[in-house]
Design a protein. Structure first.
Lengths: 113, 113, 113, 113, 113, 113, 113, 113, 113, 113
């Protein structure tokens, strides 16, 4: 699913956008069992903003995908940065316990770094 | 609806005014469905202050308006800055979940920046 | 009602006094309806301190007075500064929701500024 | 009631002592009615420490004494500093509501200031 | 049990991984009685990441092992650093009360220190 | 009761150990009545660590001992520093109310200060 | 908007269905201002169940409708009973404060009563 | 996926078993979008008990299945009753909000009713 | 490990005893992985009471035992009833999540039923 | 201090009156030290009601009075019953901890019992 963007209504003003999805789910590539977590993205847009409905459908693509915690977090950051070219963006993935262990992965992009 | 202002009772003293509206509602331009959120504005007035009843009616104008989260946040900031010409102002829009995803948009104006 | 003061028992030592009134009420000048809020004052006294009982009666004078949020906050700061001439003073007015919107006004005085 | 002190068991090491009394009571000099509050003292002892039982009896002396909030806070600070000559000491008096208004008074002593 | 690693999906970007295990248990070498605690590891990966299922089995090896709090914390830090060669790593072990005393041990590795 | 120590499993790495005992009890030397409190020690070990069971028995020695709050806090710090020669150590004693007054004593040791 | 129903998957077993909408909004017929509240319906279906998406659109019809609290509660109960002919149904409308007063209206239908 | 059962270790004693799954997910047959909820089953076993791992895999079968809230609740009750023939069983499905509306479905089986 | 008992000091008076163990652990017979939970027993003693230290060691026997949730709960109830012959006893086992599913098993014995 | 009463405005209707004073204080007759507590009275008036300001001054009489917990509770009940002759009255005295022990005394009067 492609991430749609729309023109930033105020590209001259740096401001912050946060989207929190407590219903993210993907599949563990090792066991084939589902993983559940909260996926949070926070960014400062430049020329475009991420369209929320397409973000929802983009997240749905992971529902049957076997992928490690670390890979999914970095992939979402890469895909969203590629889609909207923001000034900066952070992705935080908080995973519910698997085998008694819960995990948090946090990755950040800053233009020019 | 026009935003009314009244003379700042003490323009020589910089002080802070905050208005919190947990009952803001507009319409998603993509789906036609209503969005609900809490709209907070915080500003340091210069010569005029925002009249609270006209602010309430100004907010009511969004009740049937199709507009993106990012646009409504920036538009409110632009309209209120134009109406009362403050030293500085912040608008924070906290949206309830749509498609399982909740969002927060925060924009800020500082005179001279 | 006049605000009474009494001699600061220790004018050589800068120290802090806070008075919190969660039962403040005045009248909206636009609608004639009552407003309710918490009025907090915090100050460093110089030669005199504010007498608490006269402060209570001073607050009662606002019960039937039609006055905007911003004006009442600044007027209390002006009146109390005039009465006790403190080193510095802050007034914070936290208002309960009117028309679904709650408000906070905060103003500060520092001698010499 | 005199405040007793005892030799600081370790005068070479600066360390912090805090005593919290949530059952402090004195009398309002204006109305003759009782005031209730929490009296907290925090200090770094030098050669002597305050004996806790004598502190309790010292506090009891205020039970029938008509004295303003500001005066009692400063008097306790003065008396305790005189008794134990600390490196530094803070007194915080948090008063329950009177006439709907609650108050906090905080005063501090530092040797050499 | 050997700790497995897999290739870091994004070795060029420093990001943070946290794994929290509230069900860690080992055995007190002095009394033979079980110890229970929460074991948290946080690290910035370099070329490899720790595979979560092998981490779970690695933790299981301590279930019957007699080992002091301090030793188990440092051993886990040493083993995990050896396995994945991270930029930096912290291990925090929070132990439930034994003989009425609860304990926390925290150790940290930084490459090049 | 002597405090036992054991070899620090990783003396080259500075790390932090915390032991919290919410069931400490000693006797007031003035009234003969029991005092109750939470005794927390936090230290960075050098060559040796404090053995937890001997710490429990060491604490038991205070059960019948008449000793002031300030003295017991400093004595525990002195005894534990003597026993394990740490890089640094903090002792925090939080006492339940006596005569309506609760107290906190905090003392710290740093090698070389 | 018509309320759609679908065949009850198990009409022989009495069971309970609850739908909670914390984002209900209608308009006060007296002031023209919006009302906000939580609308809860609970029912035991007979031959048909209420389809959730059509319920959402049915609620949207009230967004611009001027109607009293009591009327809207009873109308929803009447409309939903007519649509799905349940064994019994309860509607609870909890309204946010207007003029400082919040309200709850609860109405119930039982077949044969 | 078939639900496995094992012999009730104590069929002569009526006792209660509860299994709570806060990570249940299925698909809305109307929109094709995922639903999320907590599925709770509580039962008094007769000759057999439900094996937990097979229950987990049974739940996984709904991950891609389009099915209404009411149908899934009744189907789970029917399937589990058929599998283990309990004295009685209750299924409670608590669904996260969709279109702003959250739902609870509760169905019960009692042998002989 | 045998459960020791001691003479009930007051067998003529029915009274209630509760022992709560939040650190119970056994092994899943299906996966070989550990289970963790809180084991609560509540009983009215007749001629004998359960000795607490032997109960702790009795629980330790389950640390390496492969046994289902339902079996361990009933076995503990059977063993403890056999050991102390109480008027009545309840065992409640609350298990932490496995595969995302948490469980509670509750069994009860009443003499003469 | 005498307790004043006023005519019950509706003696034909039995209704309940409760007065809660969280700032009650008297003196321990054994140690001479102050006691603090919350004094609650609840009664069904007959021909007269207790006047609130006189109740406040009545309570003040105990401020220097040496009297046991049990005696003060019963004396207040006797005095208030004598003053207003209610249908029934309950007095509940909840005392703050002394020597680590907190106490509650509750006494009740019913006419004709």
């Amino acid at each position: 699913m492609e991430i749609e963007v729309f023109d930033n209504p105020n590209p001259n003003r740096p401001y912050t956008i946060t989207h929190i999805n407590p219903e993210f789910t993907s599949v563990c590539p090792k066991t084939g069992l589902p993983d559940f977590g909260t996926m949070t993205i926070r960014y400062i847009p430049d020329q475009t903003c991420i369209e929320l409905k397409s973000l929802k459908y983009y997240y749905l693509d992971f529902r049957q995908k076997g992928i490690f915690y670390e890979a999914v977090t970095n992939k979402i950051l890469d895909d969203l940065v590629a889609a909207c070219q923001p000034h900066e963006m952070t992705v935080i993935a908080e995973w519910k316990a698997r085998g008694g262990i819960s995990s948090v992965i946090e990755a950040q992009y800053k233009r020019g770094e």
